[in-house]
Design a protein around this ligand. Structure first.
Ligand code: DAH
Length: 339
């Protein structure tokens, strides 16, 4: 009996892997295994012998199962370790996708130029204000000295909304909000999206961007206006620019001007870009109409100021020689990836 047990134990311990071990288990511990054989003739034994045999079988069972379990655990742990080894990842290696995928997104060219101008004006003590795109008739027109029957309303085709609301046609209403909430003295700019009810073509969009500016102080002059505009334009075009003022009409400024810059392409001698005039019309501006100050609660006897309206969309088109305004709102990546 002891021999049987010893050889069964030896066979278990000879297993090299889980598969061997399973085969041996069936042979040794299974229904036809050693233990089963030992129990087979129990019925023929005397009471004493049967007790001794029973005890032996129990111990043998424990020994064999113990050996089996120990080996099984050992093989399973080895298998797990092998698997972990095979599946090991170096998480510090940059993924291939990070190297080969397209570059991360960039800012839209209008945003780029807007942020540049914001930085410049902040450095000169201006506040950057935001205003609503859905405006009241009061802020967009009346408070800017454009009453309902004024012909200037026709200069800006308006998207009217229900209840007398409208989509702002320019960023000038933010001037009014700035005067109302901050009061004088005031240095503010207001970049933003504006809307016109126009048919779209290469040079007209229903949606585009402007940047409004306003300075109110005790003795603001056309000289101040020219200084700030020259600083702005030299910074945008990264060189000295020569400017000139021509009279222009806007109900909220008096006097009102069109500011031109000397053509940067030909230096003023005349070329197709400036239509051979030597000058390019760039931005409208003027001294704030006293009536506009008064309507926003500012005493024109004490305060005056200048205002200007810069077409951001147009500026981007000039800077990058973009010949069709529709590209800017297209969302077309072939266009946007160039900036
Ligand atoms: N708001 C005008 C427009 O969109 C532009 C403008 C003109 C703004 C003269 C000004 C200004 O501040 O002084 O057509």
């Amino acid at each position: 009996m002891q021999d049987l047990l010893d050889s069964a134990l030896a066979r278990i311990e000879a297993s090299q892997n889980l598969a061997d071990l399973e085969a041996v288990r069936v042979e040794v511990l299974g229904r036809k295994g050693v233990l089963a054989q030992l129990s087979k003739d129990m019925g023929k034994l005397s009471g004493e012998e049967r007790a001794a045999r029973g005890k032996f079988i129990n111990q043998a069972k424990q020994t064999l199962e113990g050996a089996y379990d120990a080996l099984k655990t050992k093989f399973e742990e080895a298998a797990l370790a092998a698997r972990l080894d095979a599946e090991w990842l170096d998480l510090t290696v940059p993924p291939a996708a990070a190297i080969t995928s397209p570059a991360p997104g960039k800012l839209h060219p209008v945003t780029q130029i807007q942020w540049e101008i914001e930085d410049l004006f902040r450095s000169m003590g201006f506040t950057v204000l935001d205003g609503p795109e859905v405006e009241t008739e009061h802020h967009n027109f009346d408070a800017l000295n454009i009453p309902a029957d004024h012909p200037a309303r026709d200069m800006q085709d308006t998207f009217w909304l229900e209840g007398g609301w409208l989509l702002r046609t320019h960023t000038s209403p933010v001037q009014v909000r700035g005067m109302e909430t901050l009061g004088p003295p005031l240095r503010m700019i207001a970049p933003g999206r504006v809307f016109r009810n126009e048919s779209v073509d290469a040079s007209h969009e229903h949606t585009f961007y402007q940047l409004e500016g306003m300075m109110i102080g005790r003795e603001v002059s056309v000289g101040n206006l020219i200084y700030f505009m020259k600083t702005l334009l030299s910074s945008i075009f990264k060189r000295d620019v020569t400017v000139r003022l021509r009279p222009g009409f806007f109900p909220f400024v008096e006097p009102g001007f069109e500011l031109d810059i000397q053509c940067l392409i030909c230096g003023g001698s005349g070329c197709p870009v400036c239509k051979h005039s030597g000058w390019v019309e760039l931005l409208p501006c003027g001294l704030v109409n006293p009536h506009v100050l008064r309507m926003s609660g500012i005493d024109p006897a004490e305060w005056n100021g200048f205002a200007f309206g810069l077409g951001l969309t147009r500026l981007v088109m000039m800077r990058y020689a973009i010949d069709d305004i529709r590209w800017l709102q297209s969302g077309d990546l072939r266009f946007l990836e160039q900036f």
